[in-house]
Design a protein around this ligand. Structure first.
Ligand SMILES: [Zn+2]
Length: 464
């Protein structure tokens, strides 16, 4: 690290001394220094994410005070420059930034809407690893995102004393500075400090709980597999942990104190679903799984290794849907938000497969026919606008894409396609073309027309 920084400083000095000399010395790198882009080219979210670097790891050290609802935090990002980086952006919504240090040297920064623009003292050469530490504080402000008009995103209080950050697609930047697009996955560690009596739950594995002298406790969580920023979750409240180590994947659930036995019992089928999905698709991608049930949370979201639900107890179909997302959504993740059917269509289709496994072929057909009826008049799911990302068409007609494919290629090839698509893209990013390529490769069939009709055709096709 040190030698790289010295090189950068030297180049700056040289450039100040003699531009002409450099031109003849062919030090092209000096002239290639550039600001990182303020987005990653996503058609629906052009300013989410940032170009010019790749985050490898986030260490988020965050103290929370429920009475003021304020956080005070330091985020340490370990990253690699992809170009000669003169300045670079992170996404951060509101909050007050107190200092930014790049490789432990104070760096200048400006704010422009949700962009935090950082100018290190010297440029960072392409290929160099660097660290950026941002110290910040404030009360997180929930984000209105047109993709999910029924809920605000990011860190917020859902019911008295229960806080959680729920972020798909854009909300994570309301509680930590990030490269806020699924294309830049990273590993995470969280050190969350809360008053004695509260529990902080986050993605991954609980490494340590530390009691401080000042009546606070620190919960240290670690997510060792790559994770998209929108899947980062912290939930704080008066939770009771329930752990089950009897299956191949440890399951740890967190329920609000006083949760009814009936609401807790609804999660008991998780182990059976886990065993079935593992057999069907390959090993569960993360070290542990579980849910956190947060009073007042109006829905469910598949945060990585820790799905979040409300407090009323889950429907089987929703439980299965969020668990399936750990494979398709969290491990295999879209490269562009407009390919959301690769998440939601898959998760919806697997409800049909679960019905088939539990109740037989008729139950599968009933479910598929209901999907088709409900999607008859809806738009094609393949290229939604932002306001349509989580529209029913994406779920229902997205699921029917897989049903149609199964009918075309037969069961054996179909399940091999799902397994192969998963295995070849685990912990990575994909688009629709990647899925079609696997399907055509394994089936040795020309499938462009089938996918075009189901994903983009104006009229819903007839079922095979
Ligand atoms: Zn979903």
């Amino acid at each position: 690290m040190t030698s790289i920084r010295i090189t950068a400083v030297k180049l700056h000095l040289l450039s100040a001394l003699s531009l002409m000399l450099l031109m003849f010395a062919s030090s092209a790198a000096v002239f290639a220094q550039q600001p990182g882009a303020d987005g990653l080219g996503d058609r629906l979210y052009p300013r989410l994410g940032n170009g010019g670097y790749d985050v490898r790891h986030y260490s988020i050290d965050l103290a929370f005070k429920p009475e003021s609802k304020a956080i005070a935090a330091t985020a340490l990002l370990e990253a690699v420059a992809l170009v000669d980086l003169a300045s670079f952006n992170l996404d951060l919504y509101e909050l007050t930034v107190n200092s930014v240090r790049v490789d432990d040297i104070r760096a200048a920064f400006t704010r422009e809407e949700a962009e935090l623009v950082i100018s290190p003292e010297a440029y960072i050469p392409a290929g160099a690893a660097f660290q950026v530490a941002i110290t910040y504080a404030g009360v997180p402000q929930p984000i209105a995102d047109p993709a999910v008009p029924w809920v605000k995103l990011g860190w917020q209080e859902w019911a008295d004393g229960y806080f959680a950050a729920v972020s798909q697609p854009s909300g994570s930047m309301n509680w930590f500075p990030c490269n806020n697009h699924p294309l830049d996955k990273a590993t995470y560690s969280f050190r969350i400090t809360v008053p004695q009596g509260l529990t902080a739950v986050a993605n991954g594995v609980l490494r340590e709980t530390i009691a401080n002298d000042n009546d606070t406790r620190v919960f240290v969580w670690e997510m060792q597999q790559p994770m998209a920023s929108y899947l980062a979750l912290v939930a704080i409240g008066d939770f009771v942990a329930a752990r089950d180590d009897s299956g191949s994947v440890p399951i740890r659930n967190f329920f609000p104190v006083g949760a009814s036995d009936a609401s807790i019992a609804g999660y008991a089928v998780t182990g059976d679903m886990m065993a079935w999905l593992t057999e069907l698709l390959g090993p569960y991608p993360f070290a542990e799984y579980g849910v956190v049930a947060v009073p007042g949370f109006p829905g469910a979201l598949e945060s990585q290794s820790l799905s979040i639900f409300g407090a009323s107890g889950p429907a089987d179909s929703v439980l299965l849907h969020e668990l399936l997302h750990q494979w398709f959504g969290n491990s295999v993740t879209l490269a562009h938000w407009s390919d959301i059917w690769l998440h939601e269509g898959f998760a919806t289709y697997f409800i049909a497969l679960w019905r088939e496994k539990q109740f037989g072929a008729d139950a599968y057909s009933t479910f598929i026919n209901a999907l088709r009826t409900s999607a008859m008049a809806l738009k094609a799911p393949g290229n939604p606008e932002k306001s349509e990302l989580f529209a029913w068409s994406v779920y229902a007609r997205g699921a029917l894409v897989l049903h149609a494919l199964r009918g075309e290629v037969g069961d054996e090839t179909f399940f091999e396609i799902l397994r192969t698509f998963y295995r070849e893209n685990a912990y990575s990013n994909v688009d629709t073309a990647d899925f079609i390529a696997v399907a055509e490769g394994l089936s040795e069939a020309e499938l462009e027309d089938l996918f075009a009709a189901w994903l983009y055709g104006e009229r819903i096709p007839d079922l095979p």
